[in-house]
Ligand binder design. Structure first.
Ligand SMILES: Nc1ncnc2c1ncn2[C@@H]1O[C@H](COP(=O)(O)OP(=O)(O)OP(=O)(O)O)[C@@H](O)[C@H]1O
Length: 263
């Protein structure tokens, strides 16, 4: 469904991604995990063809891609209902005759049902909660039935309950409709129950595989280039750099170490 081979990207001579390789099978659910600035957005934009890699290839099998970009700010006064935003996804960059209005309505209604948004479909989109808006943006991205869905930090700025709801919705959609999901996040913990693959970015490089293969001290130490401990506690994972004067230090020299919080 998706294969990246030796992708390297540099901006103004600075390497952002170096030799990134991974393959996702149809229907897989993959977390793209890395700290701020590790290159997650750049990688997603490369897959979308919006960033041209300096080296390497992206193969999407010619499939249409659905995309939920980062940090969408919906103006509370924008005179659009939630269902209008979903309908806009039908037009995308498609040329030619639009769908007849009855078919349009049926397609939008089916998508609103799939993301469990019928209860607020006629409300002004800017008035919805963060979790409700995220459902609508997912419906917008999926309304043309792409088989590959990319989401850039869709869990950022959501409360814990909305995070769980959005993760569960994406997992159901991926499982039932065989949609391949690649979702970026700086905290892997909410995704642990649903991820069957992980791509972990640090220092411009990546490592991919199952969570059990990737989230290990030895593997992440090689990736970061210094000693990393992976601590599992109460079903959560904490990734910590060992260093500093008193042993564990989560933020040495502002290195891009991804530290998950124990809540
Ligand atoms: N068009 C660009 N020109 C120059 N530098 C860029 C460009 N886009 C991104 N960068 C730089 O590339 C690095 C990676 O950015 P990117 O947005 O891909 O990271 P990210 O992992 O998505 O971070 P965040 O979680 O903060 O969004 C950053 O240092 C950023 O400043």
């Amino acid at each position: 469904m998706l294969t990246l081979s030796s992708i390297s990207v540099a901006f103004a001579g600075r390497t952002i991604l170096h030799n990134v390789d991974f393959t996702l099978a149809q229907g897989s659910f993959c977390g793209l995990i890395g700290s701020n600035g590790s290159g997650k957005t750049t990688l997603l934009r490369t897959i979308l063809g919006l960033v041209k890699p300096d080296r390497g290839t992206v193969d999407t099998g010619g499939h249409e891609i659905g995309y939920v970009p980062q940090k969408i700010q919906l103006d509370p006064f924008m005179p659009l209902r939630a269902r209008d935003v979903v309908a806009l996804g039908l037009d995308g960059n498609r040329f030619g005759l639009p769908l007849p209005s009855a078919a349009r309505r049926r397609t939008v209604d089916a998508m609103l049902t799939a993301v469990d948004a019928t209860g607020f479909a006629d409300r002004r989109v800017g008035d919805l909660s963060g979790g409700q808006q995220q459902r609508i943006m997912i419906a917008h991205a999926l309304v043309r039935r792409p088989k590959l869905l990319l989401l850039d930090e869709p869990l950022a700025n959501l409360d814990l309950r909305s995070v769980a709801e959005v993760v569960s919705l994406l997992h159901t959609l991926s499982f039932e409709q065989r949609i391949t999901v690649l979702l970026s996040a700086h905290d892997m913990n909410p995704l642990l129950p649903v991820m069957d693959r992980i791509v972990y970015l640090a220092n411009g490089s990546s490592v991919s595989g199952t969570v059990g293969e990737v989230v290990r001290g030895a593997v992440l130490s090689r990736l970061y280039g210094y000693h990393i401990d992976v601590i599992r506690v109460h079903g959560r994972v904490l990734v910590v750099a060992a260093g500093g004067e008193d042993g564990l230090d989560a933020d040495i020299a502002c290195e891009p170490v991804h530290v998950t919080q124990i809540r």
